[in-house]
Design a protein around this ligand. Structure first.
Ligand SMILES: Nc1ncnc2c1ncn2[C@@H]1O[C@H](COP(=O)(O)OP(=O)(O)OP(=O)(O)O)[C@@H](O)[C@H]1O
Length: 218
């Protein structure tokens, strides 16, 4: 699908990426690599709008996780499906979830290793645990596409690989900004390197060699 076709992205007249064209085929897993400020979040935000405009079901893992800190991990996970239902059902779910909804959300928390924290308020969790709640919420939502902005940045490298494998199995198509090149190599089929708002490369992952990485981060 042609998600972006020659669009300029920026903020209030300040350009960040110019003339962006991006076609993503179903089944592709794209890793966005690049230094801080290179434009990854800006690109993800535009991709979100474009994919939503095509009626795709999207699971999102934003950079700040976007959780409700006063609510439990379980209730935050349940929020992954809020827009599937009307307001009445949602209020009931958040106050007293029906047994099948609760069981499904608990299963998703278990997949990310957070069963013991299910009833803990999110504000009491560590940064890595919060990120795992956001991943469980995305798994609970499911969909055609997962978009994530550094969704594994706060978990340790071994867990990052395990969680990346979960996402790979759960979503047919993915676009994730990642800072860990090893995780990107293991996760992605395609890698895009962004440098100061320019696509430095857009390659199948097996063509990502050390010189490209050096050019991107060096
Ligand atoms: N809301 C905003 N208003 C104005 N400028 C912004 C805004 N968000 C980002 N920018 C600018 O756009 C450029 C790209 O930022 P962006 O957040 O897309 O980069 P990034 O690669 O995601 O960085 P990071 O890895 O630090 O999140 C930067 O120069 C940044 O200062």
């Amino acid at each position: 699908m042609q998600l972006l076709d020659g669009v300029d992205l920026g903020y209030g007249g300040t350009p960040v990426l110019a003339g962006v064209r991006l076609h993503v085929a179903p089944g592709e897993r794209v890793a966005l690599l690049g230094r801080s400020g290179s434009g990854k979040s800006t690109l993800l935000s535009a991709l979100h709008g474009a994919a939503a405009g095509r009626g795709m079901r999207i699971a999102l893992v934003p950079q700040d996780a976007a959780l409700v800190p006063q609510l439990s991990a379980l209730r935050n996970v349940l929020m992954g499906r809020l827009d599937d239902h009307g307001a009445w059902r949602n209020l009931r779910t958040l106050v007293r979830p029906a047994a099948p909804d609760r069981a499904a959300a608990l299963a998703d928390l278990d997949r990310v290793g957070l069963t013991p924290q299910a009833d803990a308020r999110v504000e009491s969790l560590s940064g890595g645990q919060k990120q795992r709640v956001a991943l469980a919420r995305a798994l609970h939502r499911g969909g055609d596409l997962i978009l994530g902005d550094e969704p594994l940045s706060a978990v340790d490298p071994r867990h990052a690989q395990e969680l990346a494998a979960l996402l790979r199995a759960a979503f047919p198509t993915a676009i994730l900004a990642l800072h860990d090149v090893a995780v990107a190599r293991a996760f992605a089929t395609r890698v895009i390197g962004l440098k100061q708002g320019v696509f430095l490369f857009d390659l199948p992952v097996d063509q990502l060699d050390a010189s490209r990485i050096e050019a991107l981060y060096g």
